[in-house]
Design a binder for this molecule. Structure first.
Ligand SMILES: Nc1ncnc2c1ncn2[C@@H]1O[C@H](COP(=O)(O)OP(=O)(O)O)[C@@H](O)[C@H]1O
Ligand SMILES: [Mg+2]
Length: 236
């Protein structure tokens, strides 16, 4: 894969195959993302998008293929090591602890309970900012997604993997999420975002990878794909 002028690509994967037990789900997937860029991963339900992110974060180990961080193979390193290197992960489901307060959901993985890293996000989403002391279980499904999104973005990692962050979120907040992703990209962060919401993805992605039945069926610069072609990949 291309390496530019002496500096290795931030994150890349090549020939990635993997699955559950004996079941092969991913078949030879290649991709990469540079600092200050967003890779969108698109595809219908059940094609392997979540499975891909689980492999990239180290929750699953591939049958074959490699994952590289700044040119160095990650081998079989586990999620906590990848997190230390610079990866953050927002899973598709089970992202919020209902019995904890909104505030504790944000800070539980930190040694300090300081909310200052979250200020810009809580300003953007007053629905969360005004309910810091409430149980997270009182939030709607979309609000829980926003809470998990805020937690991951405020980690301020070089690379964030987001699995369907806009599922169930109201349109005005989806647009705010896009703006917040672009702000982090402007600061040099990279994202890999799995989505079925084309409107959101088109606001943020520089490159796109389309999965179907565990294979890559299209890949390239996002501006080489018009809306109609991308929508065709999601049609059942
Ligand atoms: N924990 C699991 N155990 C076994 N099979 C799974 C598991 N999770 C997902 N799969 C299967 O892997 C395939 C891809 O699923 P997934 O990666 O969740 O797709 P997507 O995120 O694109 O909807 C599906 O056939 C699904 O049934
Ligand atoms: Mg999924």
């Amino acid at each position: 894969m291309a390496v530019t002028a002496g500096s290795a690509t931030l994150f890349e994967f090549a020939g990635l195959s993997g699955g559950y037990g004996d079941t092969v789900v991913l078949r030879g997937i290649d991709g990469s993302v540079q600092a200050g860029q967003t890779l969108g991963v698109l595809g219908r339900n059940g094609v392997g998008k979540t499975t891909l992110l689980r492999h990239l974060m180290g929750y699953m180990q591939p049958f074959s293929g490699v994952v590289l961080w700044q040119g160095a193979p990650l081998g079989r390193s586990l999620p906590f090591r990848r997190s230390r290197l610079g990866l953050a992960y927002m899973p598709q489901e089970g992202v919020v602890f209902d019995d904890l307060s909104v505030s504790d959901n944000l800070t539980l993985h930190r040694t300090r309970r300081d909310l200052s890293p979250y200020a810009r996000y809580l300003d953007a989403f007053p629905q969360l900012g005004q309910r810091l002391r409430q149980r997270a279980g009182t939030l709607s499904g979309g609000e829980k997604k926003m809470l998990a999104f805020v937690r991951v973005l405020a980690e301020a990692k070089p690379l964030s993997l987001l699995d369907e962050p806009t599922e169930g979120v109201q349109q005005e907040n989806i647009d705010l999420m896009a703006m917040l992703v672009r702000a982090r990209v402007g600061e040099g962060a990279a994202f890999i975002i799995v989505e079925q919401n084309l409107g959101f993805l088109q606001q943020v992605m520089d490159t796109v990878l389309v999965l179907d039945h565990g294979r890559c069926v299209a890949q390239g610069r996002a501006d080489e794909f018009d809306r109609e072609r991308l929508a065709g990949f999601l049609r059942v």
